[in-house]
Design a protein around this ligand. Structure first.
Ligand code: NI
Length: 182
């Protein structure tokens, strides 16, 4: 009997939600790209697409590696967008400021306006282990900043000022206590 070659199987990973202590931890730099990282990248993309998100940090699936993905192709259909897979992303310069509404797969059903720099330049390592520099503005800049925050244990709600954050307190409590299927 002929052996059927087995393709690596990607599968959505378990998302971690607000209240999970892992979301407050600092992720560790990735030294080199191996099959483990490549599989993680594929699984995270699968997770992103099945959750209808546009960005995801490894922290959000409980893996404390400095790795983020972003795909704004679903909302920005004017341009062909190749999903970004960035290891050890570091913002090296910022410009401007803008307010945009944000949400987070780890904080379901909550959206709020957040002020952040409008344009950014990011140094990172790509999936082939090469150093890359990315200039981003608009939605992409926003997603990248949000995901890099995750790598430092920071959530977008931390960037909302006093009174507005007070108003979200009850909602956050409900999210934290929600029962979810494994
Ligand atoms: Ni998020």
């Amino acid at each position: 009997m002929e052996e059927i070659p087995r393709l690596p199987k990607t599968e959505p990973l378990q998302l971690r939600y607000y209240g999970d202590p892992v979301l407050r931890k600092r992720a560790e730099p990735v030294q080199e790209i191996t099959d483990v990282e490549r599989l993680l990248a594929d699984d995270m993309l699968e997770t992103l697409y099945t959750s209808f998100g546009i960005g995801l940090a490894a922290t959000q699936v409980g893996i404390l590696k400095r790795f983020i993905i972003a795909d704004i192709g679903v909302v920005d259909d004017e341009e062909e967008f190749e999903p970004l897979k960035l290891f050890n992303p570091e913002i090296i310069s910022v410009e401007g400021e803008c307010v945009l509404e944000e949400g987070c797969l780890s904080i379901p059903d909550l959206r709020a306006e957040v002020k952040r720099p409008e344009q950014i330049v990011v140094n990172a390592m790509n999936i082939d282990g090469e150093d890359v520099q990315i200039e981003a503005d608009g939605l992409l800049a926003r997603v990248i900043q949000h995901e890099i925050d995750h790598l430092n244990g920071v959530l977008f709600i931390d960037r909302i000022s006093g009174i507005k954050r007070q108003l979200l307190r009850d909602q956050l409590k409900i999210i934290q206590q929600a029962e979810r299927p494994d």
